[in-house]
Each structure stands twice: as structure tokens, then as C-alpha cells.
Design a protein. Structure first.
Length: 254
């Protein structure tokens, strides 16, 4: 992904034509991609990509839009006390940010403007996001005296688990590529992955965003959020064992 502006031919191409080209340029969905991310967010991102392409935006510009929606939502979490209005607004803003997060990569493939700098920027924004969300939630609940102090351990644990999981996924992907293994982004030929996509829904970032709709019913939200954090923690430990065994099979000292 690079900066700058796209040429004027993009604006002359019809929206439907861009969507058709996007469908043909889609990369395989990650085998580990949960259902919302795979079946909903990628499609939303495709529509936003077509709009961004015709508007002359660059992939880095789309990344910036994604970050703006996401961090604006997190600021609202800190500033305002929990309510139905806040929860619905935050959920929508986070989901819009997530859709744009899918769009930047699709736009880079559509335009052929992918670059190491753009990929770095995308990952840096994501890494900041996964840590900032639970911290913003915990800080907001603390400032507005909305929950027992003991419960604030949950978002703190979430910040650690989310950060380690994100790093582990990125590192494992790079090491697999380095050793010539099949990329995590590629599905095994003929192997359906819809069941896995449903089973890992609790770890889906889109589901986490949707959970904020319940912020107006705080007891229900706290239970749901705690369950999501617990499921993500268990997934991390299971994934870490699997990743280590896979990489150990490549040789070298244990």
C-alpha cells in the first residue's frame, strides 16, 4: 500500500464493474477466519473498496479511515458512561472501522499498489487497536464507577491475551512462509472450513464489536465480555501449542 492519489480512470469505471473485478481479485480466506470476518466483513469491505477506488483513495488512506472510526469509538467509551445509545453507537463505529480494515487490503490488490510500508502500517494500526479496546473499556468503566473494581481485571487480561494472540498469528505466518509451508491464509484444496468459521466465532473481532450493543444492559454485557475473553484465552493456549509443534517439526533444537 502506498500514499498518493489514484488516476482519474477509477472514477469513470462503474461501481458494478469495480465490484466484479474485486470478486475476481479476492485472495483465499484464512483457514482460521471466523464466520463474521469471513462471510460478512469481507463482503462489506468489498463494497467499501469499490467506493474508495472510484473516489480515488489510496490503501493507506483507507487504513487511516479505519483507524479514525475505531479510535473515535474508543474515545467515546472512555468519555461517556455506559448506556444503550453509547453501546449501539460504539458497536456501529467499530464495525465500520473493521469493514474499512478489510477494504485497505482489497484496494491494494485491486490497484496493485501493495507495499511493505502499507502492510506495516496496517499491522501497526491493528496491533494498537487490539490493545487499546480493552484498556479503553476498562478505563471508561472505572472513571464512571460502573463496575466493581475487581472486574477490571477482565479487560486487563484481554489486553494481554489479544496482544499475544495477534503477535503469535503474525509471527507464525511469517515463519511458515520462511520455511516454505502453506500459508495460513490458504485453505486446503477441497476442504470446507465453514464449521471452523462458526466454532471460532467467540474469537471473532466482529462479534466483539457487536457485543457492545449490550452496553446498556451492563450485567449482560459483563457476562458476555467475560465469556469472550475466556474463550479467547483458551483458544490462545490451544493455538500456541499447535503452532509450536508445527514449527518444531521444521527441525532445530526444541
Amino acid at each position: 500500500m502506498t500514499g498518493g492519489t489514484l488516476d482519474g480512470t477509477a472514477a469513470r469505471e462503474t461501481y458494478g464493474s469495480v465490484l466484479r473485478r474485486l470478486a475476481a481479485a479476492q485472495k483465499p480466506a484464512a483457514r482460521s477466519a471466523p464466520a463474521y470476518s469471513r462471510f460478512v466483513n469481507r463482503r462489506l469491505g468489498r463494497y467499501l473498496t469499490a467506493w474508495a477506488y472510484r473516489a480515488g483513495l489510496t490503501p493507506n488512506g483507507v487504513t487511516a479511515i479505519s483507524a479514525a472510526w475505531t479510535f473515535a469509538a474508543l474515545i467515546l467509551l472512555v468519555v461517556f458512561p455506559p448506556s444503550w445509545l453509547l453501546g449501539i453507537g460504539v458497536a456501529l463505529m467499530l464495525l465500520i472501522g473493521y469493514a474499512f480494515d478489510s477494504a485497505d487490503g482489497q484496494l491494494s490488490r485491486l490497484t496493485g499498489r501493495s507495499s511493505p510500508a502499507g502492510e506495516w502500517l496496517d499491522h501497526m494500526v491493528d496491533a494498537t487497536k487490539v490493545v487499546s479496546m480493552p484498556l479503553a473499556l476498562g478505563l471508561g468503566l472505572y472513571l464512571h464507577d460502573a463496575v466493581p473494581v475487581a472486574w477490571l481485571v477482565v479487560p486487563l487480561v484481554s489486553a494481554v491475551i489479544s496482544s499475544v494472540l495477534f503477535f503469535g498469528m503474525i509471527l507464525t505466518e511469517q515463519l511458515r512462509r520462511q520455511h516454505g509451508r502453506v500459508s495460513l491464509a490458504a485453505d486446503a484444496p477441497g476442504r470446507p472450513s465453514w464449521l471452523r468459521a462458526v466454532l471460532v466465532l467467540p474469537m471473532d473481532y466482529g462479534v466483539l464489536c457487536l457485543s457492545f450493543v449490550l452496553l446498556g444492559w451492563l450485567p449482560g454485557f459483563l457476562v458476555l465480555y467475560t465469556l469472550i475473553v475466556l474463550a479467547t484465552t483458551l483458544f490462545l493456549f490451544a493455538a500456541a501449542v499447535t503452532w509450536f509443534r508445527e514449527l518444531r517439526s521444521e527441525g532445530g533444537r526444541p
